[in-house]
Design a protein around this ligand. Structure first.
Ligand code: GLP
Length: 245
């Protein structure tokens, strides 16, 4: 694992964006695994800026997102499709037909998950997977559990995740209770993983995931077994990690 210590959210975002930009430059037809949440917003902002300056070309890039709320249509402003469109897809020259997310409007969970697994296989897997991490150590929407789920599955969100995501909705009752998410095996199959994290409220989760035991109770801890993980975190998020890093 490589750790880049940034002084704050902006520096974290620039560093993460530069890693993604290198990937796109070195392999213009790469597959990017993308994430939502507040952690990667600054990263996307930098990518859009560099695209506008003529330094990046997304025309051959394919993307697969980690997750989507079950039950939210694409035009709902809290759907992850809407988020991706707002922060990246509508702002760069990516071919929208090459951008994939689980279908939140598919009520049949098995069908939705099967279809998304097929999509991920058909694009040839992920070259670089961008991740954030939840306060309870979740990645994508892989919540703490007794076992690691392998492929795309339907999850019931934990109370903690619902609370954390309430800030984006009018009220807690509007937060969907279920989501479709890529599984741990799929995330681990990415050739490179880039995790961005900022803020003191994430410090315990970062320490548990990267320096604690590997356990499905802290889903992000599985990343310790990946051979090409880059953690880009600000000082506050690293504040509970061993002093030696
Ligand atoms: C959400 C998303 C995750 C994200 C996490 C942290 O529930 N499903 O992909 O990494 O929570 O979000 P944030 O970056 O807003 O703290």
């Amino acid at each position: 694992m490589r750790i880049y210590k940034a002084k704050d959210y902006n520096e974290m975002s620039r560093k993460a964006a530069s890693i993604i930009a290198s990937q796109v430059t070195l392999k213009p037809n790469c597959v990017l695994g993308l994430a939502t949440g507040s952690s990667p917003i600054g990263t996307y902002k930098n990518l859009v800026e560099w695209y506008n300056q003529g330094d990046l070309d997304f025309s051959q890039v394919t993307t697969v997102n980690l997750d989507e709320y079950k039950g939210l249509p694409r035009d709902n402003d809290q759907s992850y499709y809407y988020f991706m469109n707002e922060h990246l897809f509508s702002k760069v020259n990516i071919n929208k037909e090459r951008t994939f997310l689980p279908d939140g409007t598919e009520a049949d969970s098995d069908a939705a998950c099967k279809k998304y697994n097929e999509t991920i296989h058909s694009v040839g897997g992920v070259d670089l997977q961008l991740l954030g991490i939840g306060h309870n150590g979740h990645i994508g929407f892989n919540e703490p559990s007794d076992s690691f789920e392998k492929e795309t599955h339907c999850v019931t969100l934990s109370e903690r995740t619902i609370q954390a995501n309430t800030r984006f909705f009018a009220s807690e009752k509007d937060v969907p209770r279920q989501a479709y998410t890529m599984g741990i095996q799929t995330i681990m199959a990415a050739r490179k993983i880039l995790l961005v994290v900022s803020g003191e409220d994430k410090a315990a989760a970062v320490n548990a995931a990267f320096f604690g035991p590997v356990t499905p109770q802290v889903p992000g801890s599985i990343l310790q077994f990946h051979k090409n993980v880059i953690l880009v975190a600000d000082e506050a998020a690293l504040s509970q990690c061993p002093k030696s890093i």
